[in-house]
Write a protein that binds this ligand. Sequence first.
Ligand code: SF4
Ligand code: SF4
Length: 222
Amino acid sequence: MIITKQKDRHKILGHVKKYKSLFLLGCSECASLCGTGSEEALSDMAKFLKEHGKEVTGTLVPKTGCQTLGTKIELKSDKEACDKADAVISMSCGAGTQSATEIFQDKPVCPANDSLCLGNMTRYQMFDERCSLCGECVIGHTGGICPVTNCPKGILNGPCGGMTEGKCEVSSELECAWVRIYTRHKKLDSLDEMKETLDAKDWSAGQKPGFLNLRKKKEETK
Ligand code: SF4
Ligand code: SF4
């Protein structure tokens, strides 16, 4: 999931200072789990904006904010509220916000959230980064634990010389990713994997902007 954090509300207010009426758009997927794009988050934001003299013409929490076409279809039932708004506040991740930019061609779209990383919800309201979207996954060799993300240096053949008593030299709060990888391999009786040296990664696989066109592939195999 994409982990998001709400910006300082007064900063959001500053972004929309020119506009009187606003439409709020959330997302029922990751942003809802992070509490930044749920019905409750939108209702809190609407209350705050009204207290600061803004009109909220409507709100919608679409199923998947970054699914541009689906969100556009869902917004049809809110056409009047959208038309009345001077601007849109997007309460999803950066991708969802850019769906809104595509949908609202003639209105400014202001992001309410900062997108932090791709990660997991480990417990209620606790999130950890797990994947750096490198484009060429190596965790089949590293016991299912990502060294690119979990090791601050992204070392592919660790641990480095800074590891002390299982902890990372960057932070004593952090377990060394390579100790975790070793422990996992040991448990699975697959320590042989660690005798192999991983080749340097082809970082071009994660080049930005990334894209994937599954339709093109299907057309080629016809
Ligand atoms: S190796 Fe790359 S794709 Fe796999 S989890 Fe790590 S960052 Fe993500
Ligand atoms: S101590 Fe471990 S996690 Fe920390 S930088 Fe070195 S190899 Fe990476």
